[in-house]
Write a protein that binds this ligand. Structure first.
Ligand code: CA
Ligand code: CA
Length: 288
């Protein structure tokens, strides 16, 4: 961690140089990220590729998202499906190690941050006891019955470390506002048929669900996953409520932790991206 702090101090002058370069050469896209400073801090955590800060969104548009730019509605969704389906796939066992990278606490590299509680907890406390952490399927795996064979059930874009008993309380419920607050996870609410995550991860949850809807279209031997505006979807390959997820996407835009996570998955794990973290406005372009 001291090495980490030292590297962080080193980044400051480099950033100034980078900013100056972007003024001199306007096509360089550093300026597109208003949080360049903190974003670059996050990028220093992500391993050996220290010479390249996080790829700016404009550069992604010229490369990764090239075939989606200028499209909207079903055409945008179809283009994104093709782009993000080019990925490395994990076994369910490999997900443990992946989550230790993707959900690492930026303030303590021995820990992961748990999705619903926000608790920072040792990477080594994964398991099955109530206060250990396990692998939450944000798109509940019973919705489309995809299980944990390689595919949607092992896609780390929607798998997050969570407290075991909180994971069990969420169960396979759809997402909606309301219910009783969880004593173990303040800010999270649940009733008989839905779950409301804390405000800080509402947008994250929405963007994970909508990633799954674009990525899985019934072509891989798995169900075509789609959001709808209901709760109580049971085992149908659907999760609601879409109108609430859209609202959460607007209210909780991507923060540094979520952006870093997307970049780590792209660089080191699956080599594909969640387009809605890079372009939250695409949610409304697809689901009008
Ligand atoms: Ca968030
Ligand atoms: Ca779909």
């Amino acid at each position: 961690m001291s090495a980490h702090s030292a590297r962080r101090r080193w980044r400051r002058p480099l950033l100034v140089a980078a900013a100056a370069a972007s003024i001199a050469v306007p096509s360089v896209a550093f300026a597109t990220d208003s949080a360049t400073d903190s974003a670059t801090d996050s990028a220093t955590d992500s391993g050996p590729a220290d010479s390249g800060a996080r790829t700016p969104v404009q550069a992604l548009d010229d490369t990764y998202y090239k075939d989606a730019i200028g499209k909207t509605g079903p055409e945008l969704k179809a283009a994104l499906h093709t782009i993000i389906s080019d990925q490395t796939k994990l076994s369910y066992d490999q997900v443990w190690d992946a989550l230790k990278k993707t959900d690492e606490d930026p303030g303590n590299t021995s820990n992961v941050i748990l999705l619903y509680t926000g608790r920072s907890q040792s990477k080594d406390t994964n398991g099955g006891n109530p206060d250990e952490w396990n692998r939450e399927h944000v798109w509940a795996k019973s919705h489309g019955d995809f299980g944990t064979s390689t595919g949607p059930g092992t896609d780390v874009h929607h798998l997050r470390p969570t407290d075991v008993s909180v994971n069990s309380t969420r169960g396979s419920k759809d997402f909606d506002n309301g219910g009783e607050e969880l004593s173990e996870a303040p800010g999270n609410f649940t009733d008989d048929d839905s779950y409301e995550p804390r405000d800080q991860v509402k947008g994250d949850v929405a963007r994970m669900i909508l990633y799954m809807a674009v990525r899985y279209d019934g072509e891989d031997g798995f169900a075509d996953l789609e959001p709808n505006d209901q709760v109580g979807n049971g085992s149908a390959p659907a999760i609601g409520r879409l109108s609430v997820l859209k609202q959460w996407n607007d209210e909780d835009p991507p923060d540094d932790f979520e952006k870093r996570r997307n970049q780590v998955i792209f660089d080191e794990v699956q080599h594909n991206r969640n387009p809605f973290i890079d372009h939250p406005e695409w949610v409304a372009d697809i689901w009008k």
